[in-house]
Write a protein that binds this ligand. Structure first.
Ligand code: ADP
Ligand code: MG
Length: 817
């Protein structure tokens, strides 16, 4: 709430109260009956309805006391009534007065935009803007800003809200405020503790009270005599200041700590930032925030020319702001409310466009589908399930049924399968592939790393060799001769399932009749890559799998063209992993535990964030830790080293030795995150664990606890506060990947988590999704409505053009042109 908006609320509240107090006085305190209520009831009610007024604690207390007295009004003597009314009037008068004072510092909330220049438009080069010289232009180009449209689409990173102008007496700790006040005392000195620091303390006061203001100056030059002298002459006693910043509660009472200070020459000063919501942009060096705002003020008026994809009726029905206003407000918001509404509109647009694309893509795939009759091979699925030594979990059965339904339908399946590490996704993938192979079609099984591909290959061989299903492995390392043979057999239809890495994308890989693509760890691949593989077949079914689940609504907004299945339980009998957060100081006792486990025949992983030491980051590296552990701590044991810079032969050697228990301790980077399955490993140690995302840590932890022995995960942190680190504690208390993903999202925001997922959504949208979850459904509904009414977007020309312009996906062009 801005203070001017709030002031109006308070005034509207005071006015009728004052009126009824006057009438009661004129009627000689008889408790006048108004239109519906007696005077005292009306006063009581009004004085207790204060929650929206944002009054100071002082006034809340006063009015609360008055309200109690009005309950008893009928029992009071006339003199007592008179006294009460006089007191009430006085307090209301005083409150009204402070509002006037606060308003008299006439600072406008809004930045004034420049007038429109008819020679410019949204597409004009920024060099045509007045005062944008060559140097400035180049700097802007580096930010990706070439024309006015780009500039308008360059959104602030965040904002500082200085609209809250209050009197000193009303300042509350931990809020951002702007205060106008005069200097009463000034003092600047060199810090004794820090030889680089100077500290300035000012005491300022207004009509209501006084407050201390502290400013820090870091750097040697701020310790000079001349600097002190210049500050002294700036901040002379009596000078009027606008102070904008955060109020904190210190041992000296309320204090403005390191606020922005502007010196006001007289009352009519036009402030740069005080009293406004100031946008902060991420800019390259040599571009200042203030100069960028000035530039923005010159071009924002052109936002009004921005194409509007929603008509008036839609805007009203969805209660959304116009595009032009939203773009202006996102840069220079007059109020917080306007900012929130503008974000909502802009986020909606992105979600809406994305949903439209999903719908168009779905329709595209629904076109020209010819149901083929397939000769049935035999009931492979049944045989597989019979030989599988366990019963499927409830979740697995449910998901398998969803997939069976999809595959019985002529429309190709597009399904995302989310499930924790070890929840049994691979079994489901195998079962699904078998349904397709029964129809004499082929399957492709994609994994992000060679290690993982190989593991899947071996797994498939184990289960499917007895069923006479032929499986091949193709990676970047497959020898030339073998490769030729595989490709030829694939083409002839002799290979049923081809397992592999990115090598599967290559043009030379030609299937005879590809029926299904399974993608493991799907976030490691882009949509384009995925589509390239799907195109190797006709109406190819897709099963995407991930062990880093995201909440369902988010999955819908990002993978809206996929249906989502979830395996929400682990197979029975797993012994939960115990997770402990430990400080680097306690490593010695941890090494002792590792020693004991190894003596019992078990193995351990040690994970590090970096391969080599780096000057920039004070983190532990795999190479150095390997040296330390293998030469000093565990010199009697066998220690191995694994990281992404080893070639695949070296990697395989290390992994195979670990599998055979020829290596006791494997020091590794996160390359082992996906894939390695060594049931004998029972200890996982993760250094600098505060550096990793929760979902990633959960993934890493999933490498242990795969056998029948109790396993442990130790999250080592050098961060002193790490022991209380809220994030890491989530892992200590939960083993549920869905819950952890939810928490990760909450604590780090979707931008951090989904950024790497090639979500197709701008960071801006990701950052604002948590507050706008409901918009996803709205955008989806609206997109469905639009496409149903106007399937080829013949009447929604603006929308059509934007979809074509924005789309790097060829299908949209194919579809709409
Ligand atoms: P994910 O791919 O989801 O990480 P996997 O499919 O690799 O999980 O399964 C992990 C382990 O659990 C495998 O050893 C697998 O054989 C086993 N498993 C899968 N489903 C079941 C089940 N229903 N009951 C018992 N064990 C199962
Ligand atoms: Mg797996």
């Amino acid at each position: 709430m801005t203070s001017s908006g709030n002031n109006k609320l308070i005034k509207d509240w005071i006015r009728p109260l004052q009126k009824s107090l006057t009438i009661e006085t004129e009627s000689k305190f008889i408790n006048t009956l108004g239109r519906t209520k007696y005077f005292n009831d009306y006063l009581y009610e009004s004085l207790t309805k204060l929650e929206n007024l944002n009054l100071s604690d002082e006034y809340l207390r006063i009015f609360n006391e008055f309200s109690k007295k009005y309950i008893e009004y009928n029992k009071l003597e006339v003199n007592q009534r008179k006294r009460l009314i006089i007191d009430t009037r006085k307090s209301l008068y005083k409150l009204g007065k402070t509002l006037e004072i606060e308003n008299s510092n006439n600072i406008s909330n809004t930045f004034i935009l420049n007038k429109i220049d008819s020679s410019l438009s949204l597409d004009s080069d920024i060099a045509l803007i007045k005062n944008v010289g060559k140097v400035y232009k180049n700097k802007l180009n580096e930010l990706g800003v070439f024309n006015i449209k780009d500039l308008i689409n360059y959104f602030p990173r965040t904002y500082l809200d200085y609209t809250n102008r209050v009197k000193i007496i009303n300042l509350k700790p931990d809020n951002l405020y702007t205060c106008i006040a005069n200097i009463k005392r000034f003092y600047i000195y060199k810090s004794k503790k820090n030889s680089n620091l100077s500290i300035m303390n000012i005491v300022v006061s207004d009509e209501t009270s006084s407050i201390k203001v502290t400013k820090f100056f870091l750097g040697r030059r701020f310790r000079s005599y001349s600097f002190f002298a210049s500050q002294k002459s700036l901040y002379t006693l009596g000078t009027k200041l606008a102070i904008s910043g955060k109020v904190k509660l210190t041992e000296y009472g309320k204090t403005f700590v390191d606020p922005q200070i502007e010196i006001l020459k007289d009352n009519n000063d036009n402030f740069n930032f005080s009293g406004k919501i100031l946008p902060l942009y991420s800019l390259a060096e040599a571009l200042t925030n203030m100069s960028f705002i000035k530039l923005m003020k010159k071009v924002l008026i052109y936002a009004k020319q921005y194409p509007e994809i929603l008509n008036k009726k839609q805007l009203d029905a969805l209660s959304l702001l116009s595009k032009g206003d939203s773009l202006i407000n996102i840069h220079l918001p007059p109020t917080q409310k306007a900012l929130i509404e503008s974000k909502k509109r802009l986020v909606f647009d992105e979600l809406f466009l994305l949903q439209l694309k999903f719908l168009l893509r779905k329709r595209k795939t629904k076109k020209n589908i010819v149901a083929k009759q397939f000769p049935q091979k035999k009931s492979l699925l049944k045989e597989f399930l019979n030989t599988f030594p366990f019963e499927l979990t409830k979740s697995q059965v449910k998901v398998l049924n969803e997939i069976k339904n999809d595959l019985a339908n002529p429309v190709p399946m597009s399904r995302l399968l989310q499930g924790d590490v070890g929840s049994g996704k691979t079994i489901i993938a195998i079962a699904s592939l078998l349904i397709v192979i029964e129809k004499n079609l082929q399957g492709a099984f994609m994994a992000p790393t060679e290690v993982l591909a190989e593991q899947h290959y071996k797994n498939l061989l184990k289960y499917l060799n007895p069923l006479l299903v032929s499986i091949e492995l193709l990676t970047g390392n497959t020898p030339q001769k073998k490769r030729k043979e595989i490709l030829s057999n694939l083409n002839n239809g002799l290979v049923d399932i081809l397992v592999g890495t990115h090598a599967l994308f290559e043009d030379k890989v030609i299937f005879n009749s590809l029926g299904m693509v399974v993608i493991d760890e799907q976030h490691r691949f882009g949509v384009t890559q995925r589509n390239r593989l799907l195109k190797k077949g006709e109406n190819t079914n897709l099963l995407s799998m991930t062990a880093t689940p995201i909440p369902r609504t988010l999955a819908l907004s990002i993978y809206g063209d996929l249906d989502v299945s979830q395996i929400t339980e682990l197979p029975p009998g797993r012994i939960p992993i115990t997770t402990k957060i430990i400080s680097e100081d306690d490593l010695t006792s941890l090494f002792k535990i590792v020693e004991d486990e190894i003596t019992k025949g078990r193995q351990a992983y040690v994970i590090l964030p970096l391969i080599e030491d780096s000057e920039k980051m004070n983190l532990r590296s795999a190479k150095k830790t390997f040296k330390h552990l293998s030469e000093e701590v565990f010199f009697k044991k066998k220690v191995g080293l694994l990281h992404g810079k080893l070639n695949s032969q070296e990697k395989n050697e290390v992994i195979n030795s670990f599998l055979k228990n020829e290596i006791n301790i494997l020091v590794s980077t996160t390359v082992i995150e996906v894939g390695i399955d060594v049931p004998n490993a029972t200890i996982m140690i993760i250094y600098n664990s505060e550096r990793f995302g929760l979902s990633q840590l959960h993934q890493l932890r999933g490498r242990v606890g795969r056998g029948s022995t109790k396993s442990f995960c130790y999250l080592v942190t050098s961060d002193k506060n790490g022991l209380e680190n809220k994030r890491l504690c989530v892992l200590q208390t939960s083993n549920d990947g869905f819950y952890i993903a939810e928490k990760d999202l909450e604590l780090r925001g979707p931008g951090q988590i989904l950024g790497y997922r090639q979500s197709g959504l701008p960071d801006f949208v990701l950052d604002n999704l948590p507050n706008n979850k409901f918009l996803i459904e709205k955008a989806r509904e609206e997109a469905i409505r639009v496409i149903n009414n106007d399937p080829d977007l013949k009447e929604n020309i603006v929308l059509r053009n934007i979809l074509i312009d924005n789309s790097d996906n060829k299908f949209i062009h194919d579809f709409l042109n």
